[in-house]
Every structure is written in C-alpha cells, then in structure tokens.
Design a protein around this ligand. Structure first.
Ligand code: HPA
Length: 234
C-alpha cells in the first residue's frame, strides 16, 4: 500500500499503462485485458491488473496534470516496483502536418511547469522517453497503418490560457502538440531508472480549431492502446 494506492504488494504488474481518466483505465482493462482485477479504488482513481496475450499488465488512472501524474508514477515505481510506464492520452496539435486522429509519440517533453526549475535551478533538464519503448511503439504504429509522428511535445500546467496564441512559441520550435503530464512522468522515471513513454492521439487542433467527436476519440484511442500494449509486452 502507498499513500494514494491501496493495491496489495505484488498486485500491480511491472508494465503499466497510464491514462489520465480513471474511466479510461476501466475501459482499457475491460476491452483489452484477460481476467482484469481492480487493484485501486483510492480517490476513485481506478487501476486494474490482468493479462494481455498471456502477459501480466496493469492500467492505472493518473488524473490530469503533472503533479497528479507524478504522484502515481512515483508510487508505482518506488512502492510497487513498476518498470515500464506508458502514458496513453490525447493532445492538441500545434502543427499543420499533424492532423486530428494521428498518433504522436513523445520523444521528449518540454514544459511550462516549474517542476525541474525547483530541482535544477537555472540549468535545464530535458525529460525524454525510453528509446526501446519508443522504437517498438513507432514500429508497431507504422505496421498497423497509423499516421504517426515522433518528436517533442509540450506538457502544460494550464488547459485554459489567457493568451490563446501563446502556443506559437512552442510551435515555432517544432513542438508537435500539447498535453499535460509527460514531462512529469519522464522526470520521475529518469530519477528512479524506470522506462517511460507517452503515446497520444490528436483530439483537437490549435491551428484549425478542429475537434474529434467522442466516438472518433474512442476509436482512435483503442488503436493507440493496441500499439502501447504491443510495444510494452512484445
Ligand atoms: N491542451 C492541453 N491538453 C490537451 C489538449 C489541449 O489543447 N488537448 C488534449 N489534451
């Protein structure tokens, strides 16, 4: 047991998918896992463990934002021995060539959060994905016929901005899209020697203002989960 998870020791697998939404965790477990068992109920942040193609795997909701994602990833690694942590979520595209429903793999995560200024002061830490997980996810996405982009993503501390155009500074430097957790996950994984990756589907577009419907989000989300599971367990 840890502060925010009431799973028994050994109840969570070494490989964990991390959606922000706890109901997405339930959806993933019910759709993709064989024999899923709920391992967490604290704060309604649902987590499940089962098998996928016979291999033990877990899924754990993290909530929204870097602080919440860092709490769950820290406890999963340090209290439950998790070794492969794969965030699965949605993002908003910053680039004309990155379309809604595409998949993005976060090679690195820039951020407007203070988490690493607190640690490193004026020096800059670059939170990056595990290369082995990244390569496997990229190859899996391509072989399944997805439109997939690999690159820098932006983990923002805010969803609603006073100045909508603030995204352009990131877009001008080639950042692909915005989400709200990856920089925290990559930093915690780096600190504890775990492997981490972020795979996202593009749910909305900051340039065209296009948005996906909830049915489209579910369909593209399921395609991404297969990519994530095959990358993690293949
Ligand atoms: N901002 C932050 N996070 C997101 C967005 C966004 O526009 N879309 C999906 N996740």
């Amino acid at each position: 047991m840890s502060i925010h998870l009431n799973a028994e020791p050994g109840q969570i697998a070494e490989t964990v998918l991390l959606p922000g939404d706890p109901l997405r965790a339930r959806h993933i477990a019910e759709t993709f896992f064989e024999n899923p068992v709920q391992h967490n109920s604290v704060r309604g942040m649902l987590g499940f463990t089962g098998t996928y193609k016979g291999v033990r795997v877990s899924v754990q909701g993290t909530g929204m934002g870097i602080p919440s994602a860092m709490i769950y990833s820290e406890e999963l690694i340090t209290q439950y021995g998790c070794k492969n942590l794969i965030r699965v979520g949605t993002c908003g595209s910053y680039q004309p060539h990155v379309h809604v429903r595409d998949i993005i793999i976060g090679q690195a995560a820039s951020t407007d959060s203070n988490i690493n200024r607190i640690r490193f002061g004026e020096k800059t830490f670059a939170p990056v994905a595990d290369f082995g997980l990244l390569l496997a996810a990229y190859q899996g996405a391509v072989s399944r016929g997805h439109r997939v982009h690999v690159g820098n993503i932006m983990s923002s501390d805010t969803f609603y901005h006073d100045d909508f155009d603030q995204y352009k500074i990131w877009a001008d430097f080639g950042v692909l899209a915005v989400e709200m957790e990856a920089a925290g996950l990559y930093t915690v994984a780096a600190k504890h020697g775990a492997r981490a990756l972020t795979i996202l589907t593009v749910s909305d577009h900051l340039i065209t203002r296009e948005e996906t419907t909830s049915e489209e989000r579910q369909l593209t989300f399921n395609g991404m989960i297969e990519v994530a599971l095959d990358a993690a367990l293949g």
